[in-house]
Design a protein around this ligand. Structure first.
Ligand SMILES: [Fe+2]
Length: 191
């Protein structure tokens, strides 16, 4: 990695050129010339997970922070590899206009979907598991277990903005707009 920039307490790594170039991307089956829906993104991220030669060089663990590497960015897709530290928690967030999909390639994480009328709907995800979400979904992902985790994330249209959710001391839920360059981190009361 030729350049690394610090954002909050997370590190976003940018390979000198997209880690996954057009020729490698062409070998991963996916619809062309348009944005992808959630189920199409899930199929894509599963294919990506099965090609570790495209991302294994970017797996690095750090005990104090979550590490991000942008693997791919084009007109319709972005892909990220994330290495999770112990107990890391994104807090509840949305993905603005982007749908997305996640594949766990090592370790384990837990995903929660925000519900107003009860506890979050959650599910445990281990290596080999994947899921997708739409732009309408609000979720939270956190590291679980004792082993480091590695996850692959794809978004369409490319992720540019997110919203982070915080419950204030008065119990009012607020959405904080964020750039995708900022690190998601649990803020305030996680509810
Ligand atoms: Fe997310």
């Amino acid at each position: 990695m030729s350049s690394t920039s610090q954002h909050s307490s997370g590190t976003i790594a940018r390979p000198p050129r997209p880690a996954i170039g057009p020729s490698e991307l062409a070998r991963i089956p996916h619809p062309r010339g348009r944005d992808l829906a959630g189920d199409e993104l899930q199929a894509f991220v599963i294919e990506l997970a099965e090609r570790p030669e495209l991302w294994i060089d970017f797996v690095h663990h750090n005990t104090t922070q979550r590490l991000y590497t942008e693997l791919l960015s084009d007109r319709h897709l972005t892909a990220w590899l994330i290495c999770w530290m112990d107990e890391y928690d994104t807090g509840f967030h949305d993905h603005d206009v982007s749908a997305g999909a996640v594949a766990v390639v090592s370790g384990s994480v837990r995903e929660e979907r925000l519900r107003i009328d009860g506890p979050p709907r959650d599910r445990a995800l281990r290596a080999g598991d994947s899921f997708h979400f739409s732009a309408a979904d609000i979720h939270r992902v956190r590291h679980t277990g004792v082993d480091p985790a590695v996850t692959l994330h794809v978004y369409s249209p490319p992720l540019l903005h997110m919203g982070a959710y915080v419950v204030g001391e008065d119990g009012v839920l607020a959405r904080h707009p964020m750039s995708h360059r900022e690190e998601l981190r649990q803020l305030g009361n996680p509810r």
